[in-house]
Write a protein that binds this ligand. Sequence first.
Ligand code: NAD
Length: 433
Amino acid sequence: MIGSGYVGLVSGVCLAEYGHDIVCMDKDVAKIEGLRAGKMPIFEPGLEEMVRDNVKAGRLRFSTDMADCVPDCEVVFIGVGTPTNKETGHADLKYVYAVAEEIARHVKDFTVVVTKSTVPVGTGDEVERIIARTNPKADVAVVSNPEFLREGAAIKDFMIPNRIVVGIEDQRARPVMTEVYRPLFINQAPLMITTRRTSELIKYAANAFLAMKITYINEMADLCEAVGANVQEVARGIGLDNRIGTKFLHAGPGYGGSCFPKDTLALVKTAQEYHAPIQLVEATVAVNESRKAKMAHKVIKAAGGTVAGKTIAVLGLTFKPETDDMRDSPAIVIIEELVKAGATIRGYDPEGMENARHVLPLITYCDGPYQAAEGADAVVIVTEWNEFRALDLKRIKVAVKTPLLVDLRNIYRKDEVARHGFRYICVGRPGEE
Ligand code: NAD
């Protein structure tokens, strides 16, 4: 498993749990040394115990050296990052290509090279070309196998996936990939084998659809506010139709994270490049981008039209609960806009503060929600961690300067908040405000 981040490490340990012999490799020496010492580089529920058990059982080890693992492996997964190239909006494939080159130098016998990273259509062809160019003697089959796990539920998602998608051109890879995933069939996970380009596109099409669904309900929330309807009931009313489904219909501050923003953008770029633009996804990207600043303005409006010189407590910094991932979190833009408008921010997140310090250096980090609320003119819930779902509002009321709760995740009801003397602002539920 080349790359031991959210995807590589979780995939590696789960495959080890199913009995395969796995080496998780990463060029980040500190990460590997930490893992060898039992220290997880990311927060993911259940991960630490599973790593410990599989290391103990001798099925999982860690390495910083491809020469030490690639020659002996039947399957080599590429699980490195594919971030947005800030200049072009495309997925930056330099890490994937660098790994492909290095794999080529170290393969010995027939090896299946699997791209698990999210990569644009045609990347598998390029990986194949790079390997052939670097080592013409290399005998490899390059396969696409996108990963669909969600941070925060990554282990369960990997072990009991809705489906496994494998894109194959060289048929020798078929029995190998079937064997890799055989243990998961016991969980009745359908294995879909298709062509490499189709497989690559499935990942983007899935993420863009989900991003579109979130953006749709967010726009519906704005309309609810304008017309006096309740977005949670609209979501339920449409979601109970099986063709629509209830998931991903929670109005909020806009999607973020390490996948949806970059994958929607990369899909837009690919589609434009092939002269087949996908306008729905283009609109999704634009609407979501503007939504984050809009949420900051919602806070400003709730605070009486200005936050200059005011103190705002922000609860939740990561893009969603149960992760420490701060990449493209809506909290970043919301906080930056509030700071620009003159506010002082007191922030708290159960797991994300270490990563948040790098992207949001200017805020005051607090030890808990109650400390964050001290002297605040408004308390804003940005991420719906369980810890914020049943706050002791009496205690918050004593701590704050002004009892104003802006709930960007709709986790409270007006009556319960108002009972404690708070003014309550939420998303798409005008009757609740
Ligand atoms: P990550 O940044 O957490 O991990 C990537 C790792 O690759 C890092 O530890 C880095 O040091 C390592 N790396 C980079 N270059 C290397 C090299 N030359 N040799 C060895 N290691 C190298 O990234 P991630 O979140 O795990 O994402 C990886 C890929 O999986 C991306 O394409 C992403 O879009 C995709 N994906 C992510 C998720 C998710 O929830 N995070 C879900 C599905 C798919």
